[in-house]
Design a protein around this ligand. Structure first.
Ligand code: C2E
Ligand code: MG
Ligand code: MG
Length: 727
C-alpha cells in the first residue's frame, strides 16, 4: 500500500504502526480460522447428528476391504469398540445366520470394483438383531484407479417391519378374498380389473379371456347400459356400497352383487343365487296357488286383475265368476273327499275350455273365476262363458259315482264405468248373483240395470228391518182341502209385505233378504205367534201350517219359541204343522235332524215342503218320520200333459202313504187336477182351485161358515164351493 511518508527508512512510529497492522491482520486471520473451524465443527456435528438420527453409520475402507474408519454411532449401536471393529473385526456384530450374505456383498464389490449393496442383520448391544442396509461405493483417484471404499450402514429395521406388516396384511387380504365363497373382482376408477380371486378368474374364463388389467366393459360389453352398470356407477359416484340382485345376462340364472367402494375403485363381490331365487320364486308361486286344484288362488287372481287393469279403460278385460250349484249338497251327502275330487275334475274341465292367456283361479269353496283378455282372434266373453257352461253337460265321475253338476256364471267387461279392478270384480259378482237368482245353469252379463236392482235390494233390506215394527207385515192363509171329505183341514200361513212405496212384495223376494240379515229369526217368531193366535179362532181341530226357514232351524231357541207361541195362543201342539224344505236336511243334517226330533216330540207335526224340487235324495226320508209330504206345484201343473210327471206324482203318493204320511199336492189350479189326485189316492190339495191365500178374517169366516153349514147339512163339500166361498 503506498505510504504518504517520502523517506525510505521508516521512523519508529511508522514501525510500530506496521507492527500493529500486522498483528491486527494475524488476529483477523486467527479469528477467521476459528470461525471456519467452528463452522466446520458445526457442520460435522450436524452431519453426525443427521447420521445418528437416521441411524446411519458412515465408514471408509482400504482397497482390500479392510475397514479403516467408522462413525462412533457404530459403537453405540453394536457395543463393539471402534478399534476392535477395524479391518474385518466388524463381522463379529453381524448376525451369525447373515454372515454369508454380508460377505457376499463385499465379495461382489471387490470382484467388480463397482458399487454394491444388500441387507443383513446386526446384533445390537442389548442382543436384539436389527436389519441394516450396507451400501458400498468405490473411491477412485483422478487416474481412475481404486484408492479405497466408502459407504454407509443404515438401520432399516422400521422400514422392513412396516414392509413385512404390509406384506402380511396383503397376504391376509388375499387369503380372505380367496377363501370367501363369493367371486371377487377389484376395479380401479377406470373400470380396469386390478384383482380377481380364483373363483372369479375361473368363472370369467368360462365366458371370455379376461385377466387383471383388462377393462371391465371391454370384457362384458353386453352388461353395459344394464342394471349392472347403473348400480356399479352408483357405488363409484356416491362412495356408498350397493347391493342388488340381477338376472344373468349370458345365462339363465340370478346373481347377487355387493359393490363396495374402495377409495380408488370398487370391490365387487358376487355370487350365483339362482337356487335361492328359484326357491323363493317357488315360495311365492306356492303362496299364489290353490293347494287342491293347483289353480291360481284369490291372492294371485286379485294381483293379476289389479296389474292387468292399471291404466286400462277400453273393453279389453273381462271377469267371469263361476259358482257351482249344488256343490254343498254333494259335500254334505257324499263327503268332503268326494267333494275335493270333484273340484279337481271341475278345474280340469274349466282349464280345457280356456283361451291362451286366460287366468283361471279358484277363489275358495266352489267359487271359480277367470280373467279373460281376448286378443284380436280371441273369443268374446259370452262365448267363453258358454264353453265353460258346456263343461257340465256330461256327468262327473268320482269314485265310480256319477254326479250331475251345474254352475251359475256372472260376467263383466271393463268399460269406462269400471275404472278399477275392484269395480269390475263387483260388477261380475252382481251378474253372478243375478244368474244364481235365476236358478241353475244361468249365465248373466253385467248391465247397469243390475247395479240399480242390487241397490234397490240393499234399500229393501234396510226397509225390511223396520217393516215388522211398522206393521207392514201380515199373514194370509191358504186353505188345505181334505180331498176325500171335501172339508177344509186347515190353512198354510203365508207372509206378506206391503211396502209403503213399492207396494206388495212377494215372500220369494224378501224372505231370502231376511235370511241374509238374520232378521228371519225374529220375523219367523212373529209369524209363529200370529199364526197360532189366528188358528185359536178357528173352529174344530183345524191345523195351521207355518213355513220355517233353514236359518230358523239353526236357532237353538226354536223349540222354546214354538212352545211359547202355542201356549200363548192356547192351542194344542198337534194343530201346528211346521213346513221345512229338503235343504234343511242337506245342511248340518245331524243338528237339524235333532232339532226336528225335538219339535216332533213336543207334539208338533212336521211337513216336508216342495217335495221333488231340491236335491231329491230320498235317503233322508228314512232318517226322519215326516207327518206330511207336500209335492211341489210344478208336478201338479203337468197332470193331463206329461205321463212322466203323472208317474212321479203316483209314485210319490204311494211312497207317502206307505210311510203313513199325509200327502198334499200343491198348486192345484183345475178341477181336472183335483179329480186326478182324488183318483190316485192323494189326501190333500192346495191351490188356487181350492182356495187362494186370503186375509185372516176371510179364512176365519170361511172356516166358521163352513163349520156351520157342515153342522146343518153333513153332506160332502164340493171343493168348487169352497173356492166360491173363499172368494
Ligand atoms: P210355499 O211354502 O211352497 O208356499 C206356497 C206358495 O205357492 C205360495 O206362494 C202360494 O201363494 C203359492 N200358490 C198356492 N197355490 C198356488 C197355485 O195354485 N198356483 C200357483 N202358481 N201358486 C200357488 P207365496 O206366498 O208367494 O210363497 C212363496 C214361498 O215363500 C213359500 O212357498 C214359502 O217357501 C215362502 N214363504 C211364504 N211365507 C213364508 C213364511 O211365513 N215363512 C217362511 N219362512 N217362508 C215363507
Ligand atoms: Mg209351504
Ligand atoms: Mg210349497
Amino acid at each position: 500500500m503506498p505510504s504518504p511518508n517520502p523517506s525510505l527508512e521508516p521512523g519508529p512510529d511508522q514501525q510500530s504502526v506496521r507492527l500493529a497492522a500486522a498483528e491486527e491482520r494475524i488476529a483477523a486471520l486467527e479469528r477467521s480460522d476459528a470461525a471456519l473451524r467452528a463452522r466446520l465443527c458445526e457442520s460435522e456435528a450436524r452431519h453426525r447428528h443427521t447420521c445418528e438420527l437416521r441411524r446411519l453409520v458412515p465408514w471408509s475402507a482400504a482397497p482390500n476391504g479392510d475397514i479403516l474408519e467408522m462413525a462412533p454411532l457404530w459403537t453405540t449401536l453394536t457395543g463393539l469398540e471402534l478399534e476392535d471393529s477395524l479391518g474385518t473385526g466388524w463381522v463379529a456384530a453381524v448376525h451369525p445366520e447373515d454372515r454369508e450374505p454380508a460377505g457376499a456383498i463385499w465379495r461382489q464389490a471387490l470382484a467388480t470394483g463397482e458399487a454394491a449393496d444388500g441387507h443383513f442383520r446386526l446384533v445390537m448391544s442389548e442382543g436384539e438383531p436389527r436389519w441394516f442396509h450396507l451400501r458400498i461405493a468405490p473411491r477412485t483417484v483422478p487416474d481412475g484407479s481404486l484408492s479405497g471404499w466408502y459407504g454407509t450402514l443404515e438401520d432399516i429395521q422400521e422400514r422392513r417391519s412396516a414392509e413385512e406388516a404390509l406384506k402380511a396384511s396383503e397376504a391376509l387380504t388375499r387369503s380372505v378374498l380367496e377363501s370367501t365363497t363369493d367371486h371377487v373382482v377389484v376395479l380401479d376408477r377406470d373400470w380396469r380389473i386390478t384383482f380377481m380371486n380364483a373363483r372369479a378368474t375361473k368363472l370369467i374364463a368360462q365366458m371370455c379371456e379376461g385377466k387383471a388389467g383388462d377393462g371391465l366393459w371391454d370384457l362384458f360389453p353386453d352388461h353395459q347400459s344394464t342394471e349392472y352398470e347403473a348400480r356399479c356407477r352408483e357405488a363409484m359416484e356416491t362412495g356408498r356400497p350397493v347391493r342388488f340382485e340381477a338376472r344373468m345376462v349370458r345365462a339363465d340364472g340370478w346373481l347377487t352383487l355387493n359393490v363396495c367402494p374402495t377409495g380408488d375403485g370398487l370391490a365387487v363381490f358376487f355370487r350365483d343365487t339362482t337356487d335361492v331365487m328359484r326357491a323363493s320364486e317357488a315360495l311365492v308361486e306356492q303362496a299364489h296357488r290353490d293347494d287342491l286344484t293347483g289353480l291360481a288362488n284369490r291372492a294371485l287372481f286379485n294381483k293379476a286383475l289389479e296389474e292387468g287393469f292399471e291404466g286400462r279403460t277400453e273393453r279389453d278385460t273381462s271377469v267371469l265368476l263361476l259358482d257351482l250349484d249344488l256343490f254343498k249338497e254333494v259335500n254334505d251327502t257324499l263327503g268332503h273327499p268326494v267333494g275335493d275330487k270333484l273340484l279337481k275334475e271341475v278345474a280340469l274341465r274349466f282349464r280345457s275350455s280356456l283361451d291362451e292367456g286366460d287366468l283361471l283361479a279358484r277363489l275358495g269353496g266352489d267359487e271359480f273365476a277367470v280373467i279373460h283378455r281376448p286378443g284380436d282372434d280371441g273369443r268374446s266373453v259370452a262365448a267363453l262363458a258358454e264353453r265353460l257352461m258346456e263343461s257340465f253337460t256330461d256327468c262327473f265321475f268320482v269314485d265310480g259315482i256319477a254326479i250331475k253338476l251345474a254352475a251359475s256364471i256372472g260376467t263383466a267387461s271393463s268399460s269406462p264405468a269400471h275404472l278399477s279392478a275392484n269395480d269390475l270384480f263387483k260388477a261380475a259378482d252382481i251378474a253372478l248373483y243375478r244368474a244364481k237368482e235365476e236358478g241353475r245353469g244361468a249365465i248373466r252379463a253385467f248391465d247397469d240395470g243390475m247395479a240399480e236392482r242390487l241397490q234397490a235390494r240393499q234399500t229393501m233390506k234396510v226397509d225390511l228391518d223396520v217393516a215388522l215394527v211398522l206393521g207392514e207385515l201380515r199373514l194370509v192363509y191358504q186353505p188345505l182341502l181334505d180331498i176325500a171329505s171335501g172339508r177344509i183341514a186347515g190353512a198354510e200361513a203365508l207372509v206378506r209385505w206391503r211396502h209403503p212405496t213399492m207396494g206388495e212384495i212377494s215372500p220369494g223376494e224378501f224372505i231370502p233378504l231376511a235370511e241374509d240379515t238374520g232378521l228371519i229369526v225374529e220375523m219367523g217368531d212373529w209369524i209363529l205367534r200370529q199364526a197360532c193366535m189366528q188358528a185359536a179362532l178357528w173352529p174344530g181341530e183345524r191345523t195351521v201350517a207355518v213355513n220355517l226357514s233353514p236359518v230358523q232351524i239353526r236357532d237353538e231357541t226354536l223349540p222354546q219359541r214354538v212352545l211359547y207361541a202355542l201356549s200363548n195362543a192356547g192351542i194344542a201342539p198337534s194343530r201346528l204343522e211346521l213346513e221345512i224344505t229338503e235343504s234343511v236336511l242337506l245342511q248340518d243334517s245331524e243338528r237339524n235332524l235333532a232339532m226336528l226330533h225335538t219339535l216332533r216330540e213336543a207334539g208338533v207335526r212336521i211337513a216336508l215342503d216342495d217335495f221333488g224340487t231340491g236335491y231329491s235324495s230320498l235317503s233322508y226320508l228314512r232318517h226322519f218320520p215326516f207327518d206330511k209330504l207336500k209335492l211341489d206345484r210344478c208336478f201338479v201343473g203337468d197332470i193331463g200333459r206329461s205321463p212322466q210327471s203323472e208317474a212321479i206324482i203316483r209314485a210319490a203318493g204311494e211312497m207317502g202313504r206307505a210311510m203313513a204320511m199325509t200327502t198334499t199336492a200343491e198348486g192345484v189350479e183345475t178341477a181336472e187336477q183335483l179329480d186326478w189326485l182324488r183318483a190316485n189316492g192323494w189326501s190333500q190339495a192346495q191351490g188356487w182351485h181350492t182356495g187362494r191365500p186370503m186375509e185372516a178374517g176371510a179364512i176365519r169366516d170361511l172356516l166358521v161358515g163352513g163349520e156351520a153349514r157342515r153342522r146343518k147339512t153333513p153332506a160332502r163339500h164340493s171343493p168348487l164351493r169352497t173356492k166360491a166361498l173363499a172368494g
